[in-house]
Design a protein around this ligand. Structure first.
Ligand SMILES: [Cu+2]
Length: 336
């Protein structure tokens, strides 16, 4: 069946997973593959025992008696309590090893990207990049303003109340009484990529470089998912107040190419159209790309300058018109 479907041995062994492009993704895929193999061995054993029992140990047609009953066999019961425990222990061990690798965060990653999810697209801001061995900081000030001292405001409000004044307070959000319109936790950069209805945001990253992603949402909960990283993580507003680990790293992207990314948390009307692309290029091309962006070129022009397609190749913008009944691609001119 696999041969007829034209599957390679590698594809068969991935049991449905996409080809990983980071060492972390490959570790997770291996864990998945061997877990499936272990489960299949166990399955075959259980099926064999089941069919052996019902075939050869059924009540004989000419005999009124049940076959020999083997319940309450203590050694056997101990064995089938111990064996599953052993299986769980082995699975647990390998899971912990892989998880530790996947969640590892090292100091000084080569590139740090601030990812902002919003209804319904993505903004990528390079915080730090390494160009020819030198770290460059590209972060710029957040235009959303700063949260006032919330503790002090609360204290003042309490005092006002004590003195019989009822101060009309501007509306505050649920996160420790923070003002919802002020999003001081979002990060901005000189070099950013922002998606729109007509444009899939293409995030350019270098191969062979440790990359850190810092995730934050400007509104509701989203989820950053790149199938070929075999990784997704929820993207929350106010990550600190929501006690989320909003950083993760990939130790490297192993090859150049275009890898689709998606929002994996149902986040509203156009959730399904909240796609992005990771474009992995060589570190040399990445340096050229950043230089081109810093000189004022837009994303498509800077991409074309290094010989890359200017728009996404792994996915395309969708028609967001309610009356449109087909998921046909929309070009930049035809989009609304
Ligand atoms: Cu979303």
């Amino acid at each position: 069946m696999f041969a007829l479907a034209g599957c390679s041995a590698d594809e068969v062994m991935r049991f449905g997973w996409p080809e990983g492009v980071t060492p972390e993704a490959r570790s997770m895929t291996e864990l998945w593959s061997w877990s499936v193999v272990a489960a299949l061995i166990m399955g075959v054993l259980v099926w064999a025992l089941t069919f052996w029992t019902i075939t050869f140990h059924r009540r004989k047609a000419d005999s009124p008696d049940f076959p020999r009953q083997t319940a309450y066999n203590v050694p056997l019961e101990l064995l089938y309590t111990a064996v599953p425990f052993l299986i769980i222990a082995v699975l647990f061990y390998f899971t912990v090893v892989v998880q530790t690798k996947v969640e590892k965060i090292e100091d000084n990653p080569g590139v740090t990207v601030d990812v902002t999810a919003f209804q319904w697209n993505w903004r990528f801001a390079y915080r730090e990049v390494t160009i020819d061995g030198k770290k460059i900081t590209l972060e710029r000030e957040n235009p959303y303003g700063k949260q006032p001292d919330i503790a002090k405001l609360n204290e003042e409000a309490a005092k006002q109340k004590e003195h019989g004044h009822i101060e009309v307070q501007p509306e505050r959000g649920p996160n420790h009484g923070r003002f919802q319109e002020i999003r001081d936790y979002l990060k901005f950069s000189e070099v950013e990529i922002q998606g729109s209805t007509a444009e899939i945001p293409v995030l350019v990253l270098p191969t062979n470089t440790r990359i850190q992603f810092d995730l934050a949402s400007a509104d509701v909960v989203h989820s950053f998912y790149v199938p070929q990283f075999a990784f997704k993580r929820d993207v929350m507003p106010n990550p600190k107040q929501n006690h989320t680990q909003n950083k993760f790293q990939v130790s490297e992207i192993e090859r150049t190419g275009s890898f689709v990314g998606r929002c994996a948390e149902m986040c509203g009307d156009y959730h399904s159209m909240m796609n992005f692309e990771i474009r992995a290029v060589s570190p040399e091309n990445f340096s050229k790309y950043i230089a081109a962006r810093q000189s004022g070129q837009d994303n498509a022009t800077a991409l074309e300058a290094i010989g890359e397609p200017g728009v996404s190749t792994s996915t395309f913008p969708f028609d967001t018109r309610r009356t449109g009944r087909t998921a046909s691609p929309v070009n930049a001119e035809g989009a609304n």
